[in-house]
Design a protein around this ligand. Structure first.
Ligand SMILES: Nc1ncnc2c1ncn2[C@@H]1O[C@H](COP(=O)(O)OP(=O)(O)OP(=O)(O)O)[C@@H](O)[C@H]1O
Ligand SMILES: [Mg+2]
Length: 353
């Protein structure tokens, strides 16, 4: 059945689900668009604050109805409510009460950046592989719903399987357990996962995946600070965030706002990684400090952050990454791998892994 047809059928079937106060879910104004992908069905029910618990049975009934039509697809239904006071962190008070750890996962490390295209995903994958090379059990979760790239970077194809109990079995690549919303979406569909939908999609990827026992889960965040970040930091204990930046951005870095938010939300910022820091000539191996040197340390100091180290700008990083051959795994003795591994050790020493 085509995805759009399935979504329409589920929508009609939701007419059999009663909601508090009378009426049915199909005609309820709080029902979001129903998203159907080859492996998942997702929708949200937006309710007035305080009504979340009352809608619990309707949510269960909706899951049952959708699952009856969805076959092997995973059904994700979330209840959301708009808090009239706006995001809680804007008043400077974190809400650690809602934060819980993910089953089987000892530590979570998130990789963020002020802006896009700075090499965050490439760094996240190679740091994850470096942590594994230090003997840790490592997973990676691609939380960048709008531009997922972990599947490509790790050469992963196809969808994750959903077990009979509704739990995802993650992909395995180069010894990492890997999950990405990217492998569940068809091109062009990511943009509809906004706001609460995106947040609850991420929660389910995080909590309804069989990670086994992990020492550390690396999360590749989208750039900036948006719904995904706030949603993640509110619901899960994130043990550390590292910020990736390029020398050009460091000059005009606007990370202060993001860093302030992380601190208010009780998320430790471990430090700054400078990516594409210096250039290594492919023919001679000579190092050129094309952007000058020492800028990153100064920028880190200005922001009150530790400097975790530089990663060179090397063509082979781009080429091998595009080919699903991350340098840390495929050329462990190379200079690129050495740069990532030094940073991974700096991270380990700052996180009690
Ligand atoms: N150190 C490096 N040397 C050379 N190329 C690099 C390096 N790091 C990343 N790249 C290349 O830069 C491009 C952007 O990298 P990447 O996708 O990791 O960035 P991103 O910050 O995750 O981007 P987005 O904001 O789109 O998620 C890719 O083509 C990647 O191969
Ligand atoms: Mg990315």
């Amino acid at each position: 059945m085509a995805d759009t047809e399935l979504a329409a059928r589920i929508k009609s079937a939701l007419a059999s689900v009663e909601i508090p106060g009378g009426g049915d879910l199909a005609s309820f104004s709080g029902l979001s668009e129903i998203i159907a992908t080859p492996s998942a069905i997702a929708f949200a029910i937006a309710v007035t604050p305080g009504m979340e618990a009352a809608f619990g049975p309707a949510r269960q009934a909706a899951i049952a109805v959708a699952q009856g039509l969805a076959g092997a697809r995973k059904v994700m239904v979330s209840i959301t409510s708009e808090k009239p006071t706006g995001p809680k962190f804007s008043h400077g008070s974190p809400q650690p009460a809602g934060k819980t750890r993910v089953k089987g996962v000892r530590r979570i490390l998130a990789i963020g950046s002020g802006k896009g295209g700075v090499g965050k995903s490439t760094t996240a994958v190679n740091i994850a592989l470096s942590l594994a090379a230090e003997g840790l059990k490592v997973g990676i979760l691609d939380a960048d719903l709008y531009g997922p790239s972990v599947p490509k970077l790790l050469g992963i194809e196809g969808k994750p399987t959903v077990r009979d109990d509704g739990i995802f079995a993650p992909h395995e690549a180069f010894g990492l357990k890997a999950m990405s919303i990217g492998s569940m979406l068809v091109p062009g569909q990511a943009v509809v996962w906004r706001g609460p939908m995106a947040t609850s999609g991420l929660r389910q990827l995080l909590r309804e995946t069989d990670w086994g026992e992990l020492d550390i889960l690396v999360i590749d965040l989208p750039p900036g600070t948006g719904d995904i970040h706030i949603g993640l930091f509110q619901q899960a204990v994130v043990d550390g965030v590292v910020i990736v930046s390029t020398p050009q951005d460091l000059a005009l870095i606007d990370a202060q706002k993001a860093i302030d938010m992380l601190r208010r939300m009780d998320v430790p910022v471990l430090g700054l990684i400078e990516n594409m820091s210096f250039f290594i000539a492919p023919d001679t191996g000579h190092r050129y400090d094309i952007f000058g040197s020492g800028g990153a340390e100064k920028a880190a100091a200005r922001l009150g952050l530790d400097f975790l180290g530089p990663i060179p700008l090397v063509m082979s990083i781009r080429e091998n990454s595009d080919a699903g051959q991350p340098p840390v795994a495929t050329d462990p003795g190379g200079a690129e791998a050495a740069a990532y591994r030094a940073i991974a050790r700096a991270i380990i020493s700052r996180m009690r892994v």
